[in-house]
Write a protein that binds this ligand. Structure first.
Ligand SMILES: O=P(O)(O)OC[C@H]1O[C@H](O)[C@H](O)[C@@H](O)[C@@H]1O
Length: 444
């Protein structure tokens, strides 16, 4: 099988012991047996292979409808109901798309991932110039940020097109039975897609949560799923440890963490992958950061951040390791031309592709950081395409499950996220929070 994720751990200087190897294999087996902590949230393990063509067709059909009606589709959600679609969309998009006069696909934009009044005002103002539709996504159906954004976007759509047509322009993705969004969608007659009970938000990119917005934007979701299916096989129980990149990645992280490397920096030399970092941060941060434990997931985009974070990485506290997603083949070719005057002194690069310079930057940085005491894990992917990205996402998910079990936590809950919510509701006098309101206001 062609390897879409090649893991190179040589520059960590780590030899994985038989003991750690066995631990990683056992953690993978535990995911497959469904007997570990959080085992009612393991639906993602076999998600790629269980997506049917009918499901893909239904998503594509709904996407085609939204595409025919709107030139801007607002995708409303936060956390796992936002980052997967955003990450893949950025990875697959021309960053200068909006500068082109012809737009062949609708523009998918995001809302509900903040509570900024200015963001909201500017969004609503910009929408005035476009035909619009919306996808509202919330697994719980009760998350405040997207609920506020949706209330405003729903009102705008209804005002413009009427209630009946609003039900043709709004799609809800939520739990099959529970939550305010489910009730609302049923009442308003919105087409609805279900987030399976056993798939947590941060593992939901390959459900309609990620697939519908991506299909609307013109991303080949079948190829995305295909790539994930291949990775599901490549990381399955029974695959030899050394052949299973997810097991090896989890094992190396575990060793690094126990050796005092508390922070992992994910980076890439392709700015399109920036939001893959953001998606990965939620995946690993919420899965492992609990009970006073867990690697802190950080990220950089290179070479930009060498000029801001480079000093620290090279020379600051030695609690870091880095993981670099390295793209073997750029899609385009741009050569650096010779210049007769050579005023900028760059003629030594004449005739070279930009990617050659980028590659040498990557290799140079890798050795510099290793010399500075920052172990380096390299994840090579052949190119940025839907199937490769699908594989990469599943690779990270599988490794996260294994890693969480190796760490000894339940990787599938996030109890710590509730603390701020309680305080916010108390401060906002939400009914039911009367006592908490009094208590918290006294502390201000
Ligand atoms: O999809 P939702 O239920 O709206 O949740 C959106 C996000 O918010 C929560 O607070 C969780 O910490 C995340 O894991 C989740 O992805």
């Amino acid at each position: 099988m062609m390897k879409n994720v090649k893991l190179d751990i040589a520059k960590t200087g780590i030899e994985i012991s038989a003991d750690i190897e066995a631990k990683a294999q056992a953690a993978n087996a535990l995911l497959h047996s469904g007997k570990g902590a959080g085992n009612d949230f393991l639906g993602w393990v076999h998600l790629p292979s269980s997506i049917s063509e009918n499901e893909i067709d239904a998503i594509r059909k709904e996407a085609a409808k939204l595409r025919s009606k709107a030139d801007v589709v607002v995708c409303i959600g936060i956390g796992g109901s936002y980052l997967g679609a955003k990450a893949v969309l950025e990875a697959m998009s021309d960053p200068f798309k909006l500068l082109h006069k012809e737009q062949k696909d609708p523009t998918v934009i995001f809302a509900g991932q903040n509570i900024s009044e200015d963001y909201t005002a500017e969004l609503l103002a910009a929408l005035k110039e476009h035909s619009i539709a919306a996808i509202v996504i919330s697994k719980s159906g009760t998350t405040t940020e997207p609920a506020i954004a949706f209330r405003l976007i729903k009102a705008e759509i209804e005002k413009r097109y009427g209630k009946k047509e609003a039900a043709e322009r709004i799609v809800a993705i939520t739990d099959k039975a529970r939550g305010a969004l489910k009730t609302l969608a049923t009442q308003e007659g919105y087409p609805t897609f279900v987030i399976p009970d056993d798939v947590g938000g941060r593992f939901s990119v390959l459900t309609p949560v990620g697939l519908l917005p991506l299909a609307v934007a013109g991303v080949d979701i079948a190829a995305l799923v295909r790539g994930a299916q291949e990775m599901e096989k490549a990381t399955a129980e029974g695959v030899a440890f050394k052949e299973n990149p997810a097991a090896v990645y989890a094992a190396v992280r575990n060793i690094l963490y126990n050796g005092g490397k508390k922070i992992e920096i994910l980076g890439s030399y392709e700015p399109k992958l920036q939001y893959i970092n953001e998606w990965w941060k939620q995946l690993y941060g919420e899965s492992e950061g609990k009970q006073g434990k867990g690697i802190f997931p950080a990220s950089v985009t290179l070479t930009a951040d060498l000029h801001s974070m480079g000093q620290y990485i090279q020379d600051g506290e030695r609690t870091l390791f880095e993981t670099i997603i390295s793209v073997a083949k750029p899609a385009a070719e741009v050569l650096i031309e010779a210049d007769g005057e050579n005023l900028d002194g760059l003629n030594f690069l004449a005739g070279k592709r930009i990617s050659e310079v980028n590659r040498m930057a990557e290799l140079g940085v890798q050795l510099a950081h290793v010399d500075g005491g920052v172990p380096n894990i390299r994840i090579e992917i052949p190119e940025i395409s839907e199937s490769v990205i699908g594989g990469l996402l599943y690779f990270f998910e599988k490794a996260c499950g294994i890693s969480g079990y190796m760490l000894g936590v339940n990787p599938f809950d996030q109890p710590g996220v509730e603390a701020y919510k309680k305080n916010m509701f108390a401060l906002l006098d939400k009914p039911g929070y009367e006592e908490a309101s009094k208590a918290i206001k006294a502390r201000l």
